[in-house]
Design a protein around this ligand. Structure first.
Ligand SMILES: [Zn+2]
Length: 460
């Protein structure tokens, strides 16, 4: 008999962490940090309700920090590995964790300078050394290969779309199967193969980010083309905040396709302004085993489907600032995706007051973030302590999201030949979880639970 303890992503879309205990064996499935509001981020500093050194292993569904950003912290607290990931996730984390460490170190330096931390001196959440130690613990495992974690506990990764390397987990505790969805991607999106579906599950832990929403019909590429064409007509900039990994590459792919199809000018300047996103472009291009048919055909024809002559990859901070001086039509893709930090902020400070600018959202904006406030119609926002009026056009293309919508989630889960005994909904805000529970009950007559943070359930 095993126990599953929900340690995050209950009623929020971040902080995924699920502790599976069977006898004296103990495995952590996903190991993310909370992101969004200050109250949520404060929670990252609370010690976990288990001894990190006692974990037998950690298994990660995909590279996003809200699923992986707590691992270096575990390393700091005595966890020695292993950490199982897919090979592309391993490649991505080699950039993500050191980058996160760098940001944490900068935060600590800033807090010490301003003297506002409760801790003296303020210490980084984790540092570069701890990130490096966590990277050494990674054990890349190909999709579909069954791994025995400890006697009686085994798992395999299966593709789930979303971002490069993302997996759902099929975990076997003796004869019982637990499926953890991770983040479920949409079907028929560029670059990556479609999500696979689980073939059986006694228990299912399912994400619910878009549990209360349907992506509008129509082609997201057409919509993107229209939004950018309008901006070209106004000779304005299009700012696209995007997660550095996943969205940034998808948006670039669509823009390059629109150029190839003659629907956007070949010489339209497109800036990818995020060192992390630039590194990830390279990893995306090299991951041939993960590419869908179209991407493979383009690659085989010698066409680089993501990079192109008018695409400029901006690594350098000075170059990034220099974009503020530029006028005329252009596209700037920059992180972070929910405007909670990163280079996008200085672009916003410069261009939000400008009515020619379009701010185009292509991903989920969590409660408490600057992105959500602007999307909900704020006329004025505070950035780096400065009040900035919002006069830019605000648009959203939710169909470009990395997450399946309500219908997509019901279809993905509904592909199971027999209903799970219980389906636990996680990784969604309260209204999204409740709406998805309603759908799963009415469409599939499933038994659905909404676990609270800290709750433990027995998987009998
Ligand atoms: Zn994700």
């Amino acid at each position: 008999m095993a126990t599953l303890r929900f340690l995050g992503a209950c009623g929020t879309v971040t902080g995924s962490k699920f502790l599976l205990e069977a006898g004296s064996r103990r495995v952590l499935l996903d190991c993310g940090v909370f992101q969004g509001s200050r109250e949520l981020e404060e929670k990252n500093w609370t010690a976990p309700p288990f001894d990190p050194a006692s974990l037998d292993a950690v298994v990660l569904t995909h590279a996003h920090i809200d699923h992986t950003g707590y691992v270096p912290r575990l390393a700091k607290a005595g966890f020695a590995g292993p950490v199982y990931v897919t090979p592309p996730t391993s490649d991505l984390l080699a950039y993500l964790w050191p980058d996160a460490a760098h940001l944490h170190e900068e935060d600590a330096r800033y807090a010490n300078k301003r003297g506002y931390s409760r801790h003296r001196p303020a210490l980084p959440f984790f540092d570069g050394r701890e990130a490096a130690r966590a990277l050494e613990m990674l054990k890349p495992i190909p999709f579909h290969e069954r791994v025995e974690l400890v006697p009686g506990l085994a798992f395999a990764f299966h593709r789930v779309g979303h971002i490069l390397g993302a997996a759902f987990l099929a975990v076997d505790a003796d004869a019982r199967r637990l499926v953890l969805s991770g983040d479920v991607g949409q079907r028929d999106v560029p670059i990556l193969k479609d999500p696979e579906t689980p073939d059986r599950a006694n228990y299912l832990v399912l994400e619910s980010t878009y549990g209360d929403r349907l992506h509008p019909g129509g082609s997201p590429r057409d919509e993107l083309g229209r939004a950018v064409s309008e901006a070209i007509a106004r000779r304005g900039a299009v700012l696209i905040p995007a997660f550095a990994i996943g969205r940034a590459q998808d948006v670039l792919y669509h823009l390059r396709s629109l150029q190839r199809e003659g629907r956007l000018p070949d010489d339209l300047p497109i800036y990818l302004d995020s060192p992390m996103a630039v590194s990830a472009v390279d990893i995306y291009c090299r991951a041939a085993s993960e590419h869908d048919v179209e991407m493979t055909a383009l690659r085989d024809a010698g066409l680089c489907p993501i990079e192109g002559p008018s695409v400029q990859l901006v690594r350098d901070r000075v170059e990034s600032k220099a974009l503020n001086e530029r006028t005329g039509a252009m596209v700037v893709i920059s992180a972070s995706g929910m405007l909670s930090g990163g280079r996008i902020l200085h672009h916003l400070k410069r261009r939000l007051p400008d009515p020619e600018t379009t701010l185009l959202f292509v991903g989920f904006q969590a409660a408490g973030t600057l992105g959500r406030r602007i999307l909900e119609g704020a006329h004025e926002v505070r950035i780096h302590g400065q009040l900035v009026p919002v006069r830019a056009a605000i648009r959203e293309i939710s169909a470009l999201s990395a997450h399946a919508d309500q219908q997509g989630l019901v279809q993905w889960a509904g592909a199971l030949p027999a209903p799970p005994e219980t389906t636990f909904l996680v990784h969604g805000e309260p209204s999204a979880r409740e709406a998805l529970r309603g759908e799963l009950r009415s469409k599939l007559q499933w038994n659905v639970a909404l676990p609270e943070e800290g709750e433990a359930v027995e998987l009998k």
